[in-house]
Design a protein around this ligand. Sequence first.
Ligand code: 13P
Ligand code: SF4
Length: 352
Amino acid sequence: MALIRAAAEPSASELEHEAARLADKGLAGLGYRDEELERAARLTWRINRLKKEKNAVIPAHVYQRPEILLGVADFVGDSYKLAKLGAASDAKTIVFCGVRFMAETAKILSPDKEVLLPAPEAGCSLSESITAADVRGLKKKHPGAPVVVYINTTAAVKAECDVVVTSANAPKILRKLYEKHEKAIFAPDAMMGKNLAKELGKTIGKDLIIWEGSCIVHDNFDAASVEFYRKMYPGVKILAHFECTPALTSVVDYIGGTGDMMKWVADHKASSYMLITECGLGDLARTKFPDKAFVPMCRLCPHMKAVTLERVLSALESPSASQRVEVPAAVAARALRPIERMFELADDKAAA
Ligand code: 13P
Ligand code: SF4
């Protein structure tokens, strides 16, 4: 008896076509071999079909696996871009390829949409470093100082603050706040706080109060190796994420968030570039700028890399209770205002 192919499986020619599409998108250039392309293609084919059937959209942070970024994502970007585009989409379901604080932000901005997090345990060391009670303590200690929190925080922490920021707009928003205030609180990333204080000419502990959180990926890069790489690759331009230590950021050519790092590479001509951040950004840069040379120096974020194509498919097919992202309505209502305030200040739609 002839076997009837399950409708959810690609035919041999569909599979071949999908594997070729993934190769052309850039996976071949990143070193994916034929069997890896075929494995990915089996999954991306099904995910892309289900996505249409279920009116779902897939935002993906730049640190996600290349097969997610190039195979199934509808938009790719930094935390700011993902927050804005997620909210603007009219899809019924958001399958967030990123970490919990990003998916929570999407749910706060789109409470009527179903928001799914394929890897429900994907947290963030920054987000876990501070609680809502800690923020209340800071406010008590420094009354009147505006509370600025990094988007890498829980919804409950956002609910306690005045304005949320991302790496793409923190200097701009703080500058605006300093037009009216002498002192501000920035939490929870101490490294970013110190980098911001330096950029804005502020003194930690006096004008800028910080919290001692840090990113397990970025706080570990070694500043001493920068000198070594400069000798090894003459002319190399070295870019570091805002979450790196001040010792490191003081010896690089550019500091910024992931979106700004990509823009800097696009706008500059150099013999080679080193992107000191999570490895996903380098992978993406190599596919976006095939004519530019990249010197590797990166670390993997275990939280970001917990998202796999298999888990994206399972979330779309039949999401588990833990993959469904919920934010208590009272918390979401309070967290929404500081996120909207970020949009207004970052896009020059309001004064501080
Ligand atoms: P970006 O907003 O710069 O992409 O940063 C997010 C993040 O988690 C960095 O570690
Ligand atoms: Fe959090 Fe660092 Fe991972 Fe970004 S790279 S999600 S800040 S742990």
